[in-house]
Design a protein around this ligand. Structure first.
Ligand SMILES: CC(C)(COP(=O)(O)OP(=O)(O)OC[C@H]1O[C@@H](n2cnc3c(N)ncnc32)[C@H](O)[C@@H]1OP(=O)(O)O)[C@@H](O)C(=O)NCCC(=O)NCCS
Length: 242
């Protein structure tokens, strides 16, 4: 298995762009998403205007508006905010060791270039007061697992404890399940991350169990708690149910 979104783990059937070192940008936690040969925009050079979305995915013009925040695609001019918020050990504690810390300019540039996660997936910045302060994203599975997705999220520390991520997940989860015709949306959470578990519980995610001794974090073995929301009817997902 390979680590995915927040603490998520996904089968090795997905591939990683050959030249990508196995580090993960925080926007979708630990996801290392396949970067196919399809054309993509150049994000961090001078080839695109500074406010240009970094990916021309089907989600490139999405703007989900919540109370005091907007979920929208990452843009090339998010680099400064990304570095400001992501370079924080308190965020890494809830995530995998593969979440880089310190979070360098190069890490941010590689993420915004789409070299770390596939920005054609529904990977969105959490914008508050005009600044990208965190991220949320989902990666769909493949083959028989294409009806499911892993998702993860993070938020700059200055915004913790206000109920913001609870609202973000409330907006994002139903949207992404509808957009990807999902029957299962899953997140895995370190056993010492009660805040994230609470966010999921408040949004109706059911705890299904634990992946015991799944992670070594700061030298200690930790369990991963598995949370999911499912939609059992196939009616709304004919694309994925075939
Ligand atoms: C997890 C994270 C996204 C939460 O964001 P947030 O905006 O502070 O979350 P909210 O304020 O919406 O909700 C947090 C809930 O956890 C509770 N909580 C916080 N710390 C807690 C603790 N130590 N023990 C128990 N509950 C706790 C809060 O009281 C709140 O619940 P309540 O509304 O019932 O009071 C944020 O802390 C973060 O980005 N952490 C680092 C990255 C991370 O862990 N990502 C998730 C990986 S699975």
């Amino acid at each position: 298995m390979r680590e995915c979104l927040c603490r998520c783990f996904v089968p090795e059937t997905t591939t990683v762009k050959a030249s990508v070192r196995p580090r993960v940008a925080p926007s979708v936690g630990h996801s290392v998403i396949p970067a196919s040969a399809a054309p993509r925009s150049v994000a961090c050079g001078n080839l695109v205007p500074m406010s240009t979305p970094v990916s021309r995915s089907r989600f490139h013009d999405v703007a989900l508006r919540g109370e005091g925040f907007v979920l929208r695609p990452w843009r090339s001019d998010d680099l400064g905010a990304l570095l400001e918020h992501a370079n924080d050990i308190r965020i890494v504690r809830g995530l995998s060791d593969r979440f880089p810390h310190p979070y360098t300019r190069e890490d941010g540039e590689r993420f915004l270039a789409g070299d770390v996660v596939d920005l054609r997936d529904p990977v969105l910045a959490i914008e508050v007061d005009g600044q990208a302060c965190g991220g949320i994203g989902a990666r769909p599975g493949h083959g028989g697992r294409r009806h499911g997705a892993e998702f993860g999220y993070w938020l700059g520390h200055s915004l913790w404890g206000r109920g913001l991520m609870t609202q973000v997940v409330a907006l994002y989860a139903p949207w992404v399940m509808q957009q990807l015709a999902l029957h299962r949306l899953q997140a895995t959470v370190l056993d010492n991350n009660p805040a994230s578990a609470r966010v999921l519980q408040k949004n109706g995610f059911e705890e299904e169990g634990a992946l015991r001794c799944a992670v070594v974090k700061f030298g200690e073995l930790r369990d991963l708690r598995v949370f999911a929301k499912v939609k059992r009817s196939l009616e709304d997902a004919t694309q994925t149910a075939q």
